[in-house]
Design a protein around this ligand. Structure first.
Ligand SMILES: Cc1ncc(COP(=O)(O)O)c(C=O)c1O
Length: 443
């Protein structure tokens, strides 16, 4: 709709008391259907809500649905092992603990990710070194990783952010060149493709999330996949109190294993099994909507749609736009506030770069003595200063804008309304800027 038309149709922004483009906001995200319900009821009827026991024997490996989920992951990703756990955070812990890190070892991670990516390193007694991302895929920039390698570097954790693979092939080559492990945090990109490889299969292991916000979900849950027998065994030991099992399982060459309880319930596994079976359909809904939104956004100056790198596919966990305030004439924060008031969740930036969180700023994670940072031979020069990763900071402070408006149950009509709301906000720029000035002056 042309600018004048939008101005005529809506005389005031919702933020300023006018009617919203979509009163009532977004419908809640919900992909749970009859099959998921039946799967849970079948588990409840069976009375076996978990199949795990922390002792050597078949029950060490979990119940029927956990094993069926693992078998499905193995087959789909063509890997030797899949270990289901109660979250991707747990999967990342299994992964870092399986890598044989020593206190003070370094692992290169991106700062633009959910905090668990880096915390998994700290929990293993090692220290995260933050390399910058590159602005196209929002994944680790291989050159920045290279610049951050030291004699203490043991591995890299790549994150496939927002549904798009990082530069996995280059990161794999870099890891191999330097004898490092590569863990893929693939919580957000199930079935995204990087060339002919599925995201999650390029690393020594890949971790998936099944939390309530994800494309496939069971409320909480995660899966680690790997071709490496030793990583798989260690992960299974970490998942289920491994210290009391290693002797009886005759794997007592792995005594340095403290297990936790990271076990997945049968109900979670049953729901996850159905959702995993529906993954192609769930991804397609997002891809169709995202492609439509990308086409429609071509008519808006100052908002660029997500890139898809050559040879890759995007599965759109989130729709990540780049915003140019110089072009729209509206600061990003106020633009997002106005759009959200119109009924369309839109967020300025993603998360604070992780190194700016107090745990890194003050180098205090375990107790008050500074472990694990103090275990690093170069603790004094290990920097978490503001400005460390300029691309990440630019994305967070200025350019990135995220939305969930394309997620099911949204349809084309909702996306048309979204674009209409964008035009509306831009058409009312003067009123919005006046409101902002009044707000800043406390009027
Ligand atoms: C990139 C990334 N890594 C890890 C996690 C942790 O996942 P979970 O909530 O399953 O522990 C998330 C969850 O949002 C994530 O987005």
């Amino acid at each position: 709709m042309a600018k004048a038309g939008v101005q005529q149709k809506y005389d005031a922004l919702a933020l300023l008391g006018g009617p919203a483009v979509r009163p009532g906001g977004q419908k809640p995200y919900n992909t749970i259907g009859a099959r998921e319900k039946q799967a849970v009821i079948a588990v409840l009827d069976s009375g076996e809500l978990s199949g795990f026991v922390a002792s050597a024997g078949p029950e060490f490996w979990g119940g029927t649905h956990v094993r069926a989920l693992e078998a499905a992951f193995k087959q789909h990703f063509g890997v030797r092992h899949a270990i289901a756990v109660n979250s991707a955070t747990s999967g990342l812990h299994c992964a870092t603990l399986a890598m044989g890190l020593n206190p003070g070892d370094e692992v290169v991670v991106p700062p633009y990710t959910m905090s668990a990516t880096a915390t998994a390193v700290v929990m293993a007694g090692a220290v995260p070194v933050f390399a910058d991302i590159e602005p196209q895929t929002f994944g680790l920039d291989p050159q920045s990783v290279r610049d951050n390698l030291t004699p203490y570097t043991k591995g890299i954790i790549a994150v496939n952010l927002f549904g798009h693979p990082a530069r996995l092939n280059e990161l794999r080559e870099l890891a191999d060149e330097h004898g490092l492990f590569l863990i893929e945090d693939n919580a957000q990109a199930p079935d995204a493709m990087c060339g002919d490889r599925k995201a999650g299969t390029v690393g020594d292991c890949g971790i998936f999330s099944l939390n309530r916000h994800k494309t496939m979900q069971s409320g909480e849950g995660g899966v680690l996949i790997t071709n490496d027998d030793k990583i798989a065994l260690k992960a299974a030991l970490v998942r289920n109190h491994g210290e009391v099992v290693v002797a009886a399982m005759a794997v007592d060459d792995i005594v340095n294993t403290m297990g936790l309880n990271l076990r997945m319930t049968e109900m979670e596994a049953a729901v996850a099994g159905v959702q995993f079976d529906r993954l192609a359909e769930l991804n397609e809904q997002r891809q169709v909507n995202a492609a439509y939104l990308t086409r429609r956004l071509a008519e808006v100056d100052g908002i660029a749609p997500p890139d898809v790198a050559a040879g890759c596919s995007h599965v759109y966990y989130l729709y990540a736009m780049k915003y140019d305030a110089e072009v729209t004439g509206i600061p990003r924060n106020i633009f997002c506030e106005a759009l959200t008031a119109e009924g369309f969740y839109t967020r300025a930036g993603y998360v604070k770069p992780i190194y700016l969180e107090p745990m890194y700023q003050r180098k205090l994670a375990v107790g008050s003595g500074g472990f694990p940072f103090t275990a690093s031979p170069r603790n004094a020069s290990l920097s978490y200063r503001k400005g460390l990763c300029p691309v990440t900071e630019r994305m967070q402070d200025h350019e990135l804008m995220l939305t969930t408006v394309f997620q099911p149950p949204s349809q084309q009509h909702d996306l048309d309304l979204y674009v209409e709301a964008i035009h509306k906000v831009i058409a009312h720029r003067e009123a919005l800027l006046a409101y902002r000035t009044r707000g800043a002056a406390g009027v």
